[in-house]
Design a protein. Structure first.
Lengths: 375, 221
């Protein structure tokens, strides 16, 4: 149990200065709250409360939260599909929450959006789906044709020009969705769970495509997701949302190497899997036995994670340390994960070896935990 | 069957097709926008106007629950105002249109409501106006359903058209009643029924074919 777990869920942690106010913001939320009034017997909902943060220009920013955390409301404030109850949303220097009618529709052309279920028109081919926002923006036919060809090539499906959505795979449909969102050359691309309906391999390919688009076109990408893996693979900045509050925000590497809020910790645990392999967990007993091992789990993160840790530990305690289980992943370019080590007890009780291991880890600031013993 | 009688049948068939065709066109012209409006004007929808929606809904229901033969008689003054007479095929188009408009509107409403709401949100997200959403998203996406709705409306109109004989509207139904029933000519009755069955069959097949042609949803699977 750590100190932060005693915090009430949804209570904000003062870490918002991780994105300094001076940063060149593409999107800035200022004092946002969003309340849905009671309707037809359903009680009102406070979807978002006291939201203040900025999304840096040109960044890929992940907004992560459980379902119902307010992610969808948040992203829909950016492109004006919803209006905040209080506060302002500034997109590219313009207060989009104040715009209505034609002015809003013009502003929306510079904000693209992709969706979990792709939302392609079944009656239009891939090319005609991509052409739709251009038709709506009133482009000339010849310009539309040229732009669509360019976009199909950009998303890697030039050969699917005349295919209907029913003839495309999920990944191809999302590529059409991305091309359509980019058609009017937006400065922001909103992704609402865009890979949640795709298999892991396709997800990977789509995330790579988004990374390329960010790099080559400089489009700011805002990723709404409930999957840690998406943030980990793509985002540089992250905003953790819980029960309508921003509970943490900042660089992905900082937030996920030192998660403070329980929600953030639980996302990280899912991503790196802090649970033991079943075959190992079932063998752990509370009492030592002669010739057995003490089981110690070590959380590793950041600089030099684990590189030489096991070797140095073995030297320190003068015993052959065995590696029972390990899981190391990359989050925002930093290594995080856990190692489960077996410390041989030898003929003596081994209590000394355990104590020295924990002391060694404490000295090097790796959280360590004595789980028990295996025979 | 004598050539005169065959001529009568041919003439009545053309009268029926004329009444039904024009009434279907007019009914669609009025019913399509009405149906689209009914489907998009509830609270929070594209053309949100909940009170107007409610009132139109009541009017539509009232028209639909009035038995057609009563409607025909009840609106004779209105028919005379529009068509200049209350007798004949042209005059019959007025009650047929009035009966088919709310019917078509409800079918259109159902077809439009079938369109995934996510598509409306998507189009809004790239700045489509409500009218652009109707013409570029809702109607094209609902087209298979709309064609089937129209088919159903035409078939119903063929049935209704048999009743306008009561006010001298002519057509196949009128022929069947006057010759087949009142003059005891079973072969005439049979001929009328056969022609009507053939017409309904033809309309339904054509409608099904067109709806399948424009449906891209599951075609190539």
């Amino acid at each position: 149990m750590n100190a932060y777990q005693s915090l009430a869920i949804g209570q904000p942690i003062e870490r918002l200065e991780a994105i300094p106010p001076a940063v060149d913001a593409m999107v800035r939320f200022e004092g946002i709250s969003k309340t849905y009034p009671a309707y037809r017997g359903k009680p009102g909902v406070n979807a978002l409360q006291t939201i203040d943060f900025a999304i840096p220009r040109g960044s890929i920013t992940g907004v992560i939260g459980r379902s119902g955390a307010g992610k969808s409301s948040l992203v829909r404030l950016i492109n004006g599909l919803e209006k905040p109850t209080t506060g302002r949303v500034i997109v590219d220097g313009r207060d989009i929450s104040a715009l209505t009618g034609r002015a809003l529709r013009l502003a929306q052309r510079s904000i693209g959006m992709i969706f979990q279920h792709f939302n392609l028109l079944s009656s239009r081919t891939a090319a005609d789906n991509i052409a739709l926002p251009l038709e709506i923006a009133g482009w000339a036919k010849a310009d539309i044709k040229a732009r669509v060809t360019e976009l199909l090539a950009l998303v890697g499906i030039a050969d699917k020009h005349d295919r209907y959505p029913s003839e495309l795979s999920g990944g191809q449909k999302q590529r059409v969705g991305i091309a359509r969102a980019l058609a009017t050359r937006p400065s922001v691309l909103l992704s609402d769970e865009a890979t949640s309906a795709l298999d892991p391999q396709t997800t990977r390919a789509i995330l790579d495509l988004l990374a390329n688009i960010n790099r080559e076109l400089g489009v700011t990408i805002v990723l709404i997701t409930h999957e840690m893996s998406v943030v980990r693979q793509l985002a540089k900045e992250v905003v953790v949302l819980d029960a309508g509050h921003v509970v943490e925000s900042g660089h992905v590497a900082d937030i996920f190497t030192h998660p403070k809020h329980p929600i953030t910790q639980s996302f990280l645990a899912e991503a790196i899997g802090d649970s033991l392999p079943v075959s190992l967990a079932s063998r752990i007993v509370p009492e030592p036995s002669a010739g057995g091992h003490a089981v110690i789990r070590i959380q590793v993160d950041g600089a030099g994670a684990g590189d030489t840790l096991v070797a140095r530990l073995a030297r320190e305690i003068g015993r052959d340390v065995s590696l029972l289980s390990a899981r190391i992943d990359e989050v925002g370019g930093q290594h995080v994960g856990s190692l489960v080590l077996g410390i041989p007890l030898g003929v003596s009780s081994g209590a000394d070896a355990v104590t020295r291991t924990l002391a060694f880890m404490s000295r090097h600031q790796f959280p360590a935990e004595h789980l028990g013993y295996v025979a | 069957m004598s050539p005169e009688l065959i001529n009568l049948i041919i003439q009545a068939t053309f009268e029926s097709l004329y009444m039904v065709g024009i009434a279907a066109l007019l009914g669609t012209a009025f019913g399509l926008p009405l149906g689209v409006f009914l489907a998009t004007s509830r609270k929070g929808e594209l053309f949100a106007a909940p009170i107007v929606n409610r009132v139109l809904g009541i009017v539509v229901n009232a028209t639909r629950s009035t038995p057609f033969i009563i409607l025909v008689v009840a609106i004779i003054p209105f028919t005379r105002l529009i068509a200049g007479t209350s007798i004949g095929s042209s005059a019959a188009i007025v009650p047929l249109t009035i009966a088919s408009t709310p019917f078509i509107a409800r079918l259109v409403e159902a077809a439009i409501r079938e369109v995934d709401g996510g598509l409306i949100e998507t189009a809004s997200s790239f700045g489509a106006s409500p009218l652009q959403i109707v013409f570029k998203v809702l109607i094209p996406e609902a087209l298979p359903g709309l064609l089937l709705a129209l088919t159903l409306a035409v078939v119903s109109l063929l049935g209704y058209s048999a009743m306008v004989g009561a006010v001298g509207g002519g057509g196949l139904g009128d022929l069947g009643i006057r010759y087949g029933y009142q003059r005891f000519m079973p072969e005439m009755m049979l001929a009328v029924v056969v022609v009507l069955i053939a017409l309904v069959q033809l309309v339904q097949s054509a409608g099904d074919y067109l709806a399948r042609r424009v449906n891209r949803r599951l075609r190539h699977r």
